[in-house]
Design a protein. Structure first.
Length: 620
């Protein structure tokens, strides 16, 4: 049966119910995810009158070899499932947020008696308060620097009793309120952190009014030191707030969204208006937008952005109408957990001016980003060209892999593999290897094991690709143009042993990069090679090597931490591997288990009241 007949058979069996469909190519890769109220009608439409479809859809249809579908109960369920599937598979023909990493959030650990404020990339239903997402970690830390001066929250891991003999340096420089020594009690500390949260939401007037009242009460009771501290805090807050532009005296909470497009890229600018003030703005880049209508691109952004947003306002201002506005509004209302959310397209007045301002910012942001991308692309091309010339390669090393080993006195050893393509990290292809055959601190043998396992998987991937419907791991299916091992001649010689074992010594260029002098060691060459200190080629090698080192250390640290958690839990009667795994999956850490109530512990499968009591006794 050829592909056309096979697809025809699939189309005839698709139900007429609501749900999602997944289009796949010959490699089994999901290339598009869509939803429909009537799955059969929607999917069949792709194969009727192809000349009327946009070029992107025609290209996609030519690649479809298989279709899967998932039936759900309603259009709203289909919308939610579609978002989750796009997030999971990142199909090339869907409009999607460009960065495949999670965006950073500010996290206020409100469930703790004395909440800390941290940066995270994942929202968890653990009683914390979240703000974001933001597009820049640097900008988040800049914000926290300001907040800490206004609301000096604690950052240490002390067990807060209020009875410590002395505070740390941060108390002396007014960057911590020092609950550790009882300088602030639990009630007032939590009030301060709540003020911080209100500040992030743009609700500063109630904070200032309350602080003024407290200042006056402190002065009347002759507590002038306290009054002066409150006065300074009020002045500091007002200095920050006066930089926030006021658009209206109405207590409006709105997100203003606009978009700019150029050459397949789309830049969406979001202004956050809280209590009538502009408290922040962020931009997001979308890819896969070529040949897609503005209405579709904007609708996809709204769904993906608010699926990750920490909060949803009552009003979202848009430059034009979007597809599926009614069902998206229903979903946003459910996300907000309160009154309805309106998607509005203003035609006049201040709201229209805000949308136009956001659009102008989107145009300027996209223009600046494109200039930056072109400069980066030039540097990357220059770096690859320099490496080609220095290493005597026949073509630029477009795919570079680098390997490093991390361990503590030979324990919990981990090898890392990082992949760069066209001078850019491909984090989806990063892999870690827990060392299995080496005992003791032998980095040479560990490197040999890692490379052996890597190229064994290359062979397996080739065999899998030759099978009908085979889906080889893309991280291993291709060979690198250049292989870098972190180290000198010893590491290089082990790499060559592995390449010769697999018959790849003529296909892959390999170098050892020694950190001390940044020397390059090449096979069959006695003297090391030194690239010019300020060459783009050397900068790229250093960046790749440092990334492999970072990835290895992170993997090693995680493995060591998990082993520590496992050993502590395994020592508790009644806790075996299955219960240990269930506990860590539910509570995340030893501290999370320690803070859990008996009722929460007993809710875990296999944890009886007796085991829960034993667990609490050991951990407390």
């Amino acid at each position: 049966m050829d592909i056309g007949e096979r697809l025809q058979g699939i189309l005839e069996t698709i139900p007429t119910k609501p749900g999602c469909y997944l289009m796949k190519n010959a490699s089994g890769e999901v290339i598009y995810v869509g939803k429909a109220v009537n799955l059969r009608n929607r999917v069949r439409s792709y194969f009727h009158s192809p000349a009327t479809h946009p070029p992107k859809v025609r290209r996609m249809v030519q690649q479809i070899t298989d279709i899967e579908w998932i039936v759900v109960g309603s259009e709203l369920e289909a919308l939610i499932l579609e978002m989750n599937l796009i997030k999971k598979y990142r199909p090339r023909y869907n409009v999607r947020l460009k960065d495949d990493k999670r965006y950073p959030y500010i996290k206020v650990h409100w469930a703790d008696d004395f909440p800390k404020v941290t940066v995270t990339r994942q929202m968890v239903n653990d009683g914390s308060r979240y703000f974001g997402p933001y597009t820049s970690v640097w900008a988040v830390h800049q914000t926290l620097d300001v907040l800490r001066r206004l609301f000096p929250y604690l950052t240490c891991d002390r067990n807060i009793t209020g009875k410590d003999e002395r505070a740390c340096l941060y108390y002396d420089i007014k960057l911590c309120a020092a609950p550790c020594i009882g300088a602030i009690d639990r009630q007032h500390y939590r009030q301060m952190v709540d003020d911080l949260c209100q500040f992030l939401e743009g609700r500063t007037e109630p904070i200032v009014a309350r602080l003024r009242q407290e200042m006056e009460e402190a002065a009347e009771s002759l507590n002038f030191e306290r009054a002066a501290a409150l006065r300074d805090q009020i002045f500091a807050i007002e200095r920050v707030v006066e930089k926030q532009k006021v658009f209206t005296t109405e207590q409006l909470d709105s997100d203003v969204i606009a978009m700019a497009r150029d050459d397949g890229e789309a830049c969406v600018q979001v202004f956050f208006i809280r209590n009538g003030k502009l408290i922040g703005r962020e931009y997001f880049i979308l890819e896969g937008a070529q040949d897609s209508e503005d209405t579709e691109v904007l609708a996809e952004f709204i769904k993906q952005f608010y699926a990750e947003a920490a909060s949803v306002p009552a009003q979202v201002l848009l430059p034009h109408e979007i597809e599926e506005a009614a069902i998206i509004q229903q979903w946003l209302r459910d996300r907000r957990g309160g009154p309805k959310v309106e998607l509005l397209v203003p035609r006049q007045g201040l709201s229209q001016e805000l949308v136009e301002m956001a659009a102008e910012n989107a145009v300027e942001t996209l223009r600046a980003l494109r200039a930056q991308w072109e400069a980066d692309k030039h540097r990357q091309s220059q770096a690859l060209s320099e490496l080609q010339q220095a290493l005597g390669l026949s073509h630029p090393p477009n795919r570079i892999e680098c390997y490093d080993i991390s361990n503590t006195q030979g324990t919990y050893a981990v090898g890392s593999m990082v992949v760069f393509e066209q001078g850019v990290p491909k984090k989806a292809y990063y892999r870690r290897f827990n060392i299995q055959t080496v005992s003791g601190p032998d980095d040479f043998a560990s490197m040999e094991e890692v490379l052996t396992r890597r190229f064994r998987r290359y062979v397996a991937a080739q065999e899998q690709a030759a099978q009908p419907g085979g889906k080889p791991d893309p991280a291993f299916a291709l060979l690198p143009d250049l292989l870098i091992v972190d180290g000198g001649k010893g590491q290089l010689s082990r790499a060559m042993v592995v390449l010769e074992r697999f018959g790849l010594q003529e296909k892959i260029a390999v170098v050892g990069l020694a950190k001390q002098q940044e020397e390059l060691f090449l096979p069959g060459r006695k003297e090391s090679l030194m690239l010019p200190r300020h060459s783009q080629g050397l900068y790229l090698l250093q960046r790749i090597r440092d990334e492999a080192h970072r990835f290895a250390i992170t993997a090693h640290r995680n493995r060591r931490t998990k082993a520590g958690l496992a050993s502590q839990l395994d020592s508790i009667p009644g806790i075996g591997p299955a219960r240990r795994k269930a506990l860590l999956q539910r509570f995340g850490s030893l501290e999370g288990i320690r803070q859990a109530s008996l009722e929460e512990l007993v809710s875990i499968k296999g944890i009886t009241p007796e085991i829960a009591q034993t667990l609490k006794a050991h951990l407390d």
